[in-house]
Design a protein around this ligand. Structure first.
Ligand code: PEP
Length: 241
């Protein structure tokens, strides 16, 4: 099995039911050559899934149920129609102090609920400037990806923190270097690590998508701002398909 190509949209805390029209437009325009995923706010998961497009949550709790006001369990995401869940996004790591261990525990919960975990890793600008990028990514991979990960239940996303929502992207060489490291580490640790889907995320736009998708071991993208409008996301999907 080769790594599957995936165009994933992370709507973050954006979108009400009015935004569902964008899903209809994306489905009208989508090419069949890659997998699609939309991760809307939890309030829209059921409605998006009902349209027949693979749908993901943006976080889940490590526990299956209980007294955790405001949180959502992996099984509840699954029940609402989700097939995936983003875990360890840098905004969760920063805003909610999520550690690698917490991300790994959530990934185990996601797998137990039958969800595909989209686990994010990425360095800060200070870490890149200090020459620590590869060490940071290796440590996050080791700590955030649980032993039960397989190519079927886990997708990895390299998202440099400084590239998210900024309009800045690493050079192709910088992306290639990190993706090669990820492939090496995952292949060394997991029997099917060579087949795991590796995404790049951080200011992917219609204008840079094709160049990024040509980089070795980049199997697709996790797209934030440019996934909110079909007019932006559809060309990105087309560049991958
Ligand atoms: C993200 O938040 O996952 C992301 C990649 O955002 P953006 O595409 O807006 O940089």
């Amino acid at each position: 099995m080769a790594a599957r190509k995936l165009a994933a949209g992370n709507w973050k805390m954006n979108g009400t039911r009015a935004a569902l029209a964008e899903i209809d437009q994306i489905l009208t325009e989508a090419q069949p050559g890659c997998d699609l995923l939309i991760c809307p706010p939890a309030t829209l998961i059921h409605a998006v899934a009902t349209k027949g497009i693979p749908t993901g949550g943006q976080d889940c709790h490590a526990n299956p149920s209980g007294a955790h006001t405001g949180d959502i369990a992996a099984d509840q995401l699954r029940d609402a129609g989700a097939s995936h869940v983003i875990l360890g996004h840098s905004e969760r790591r920063t805003d909610h102090a999520e550690t690698d261990a917490a991300v790994a525990a959530k990934a185990v919960a996601a797998h137990q609920a039958g969800l595909i975990a989209v686990i994010c890793v990425g360095e800060t600008e200070a870490q890149r400037d200090a020459g620590e990028t590869l060490d940071v990514i290796a440590a996050q991979l080791a700590g955030s990806v649980p032993d039960c990960a397989t190519a079927a239940n886990t997708v990895l996303a390299y998202e440099p923190v400084w590239a998210i929502g900024t309009g800045r992207t690493p050079t192709n060489e910088q992306i290639a270097e990190v993706h090669a490291l990820m492939r090496d580490r995952l292949s060394a640790r997991f029997a099917d690590g060579a087949d795991m889907t590796l995404l790049y995320g951080g200011s992917v736009k219609p204008g840079n998508a094709a160049d990024i998708f040509a980089i070795p071991h980049v199997n697709g993208a996790l797209v934030g701002g440019a996934s909110l409008k079909a007019s932006d996301f559809s060309p990105i999907i087309a560049a991958l398909a």
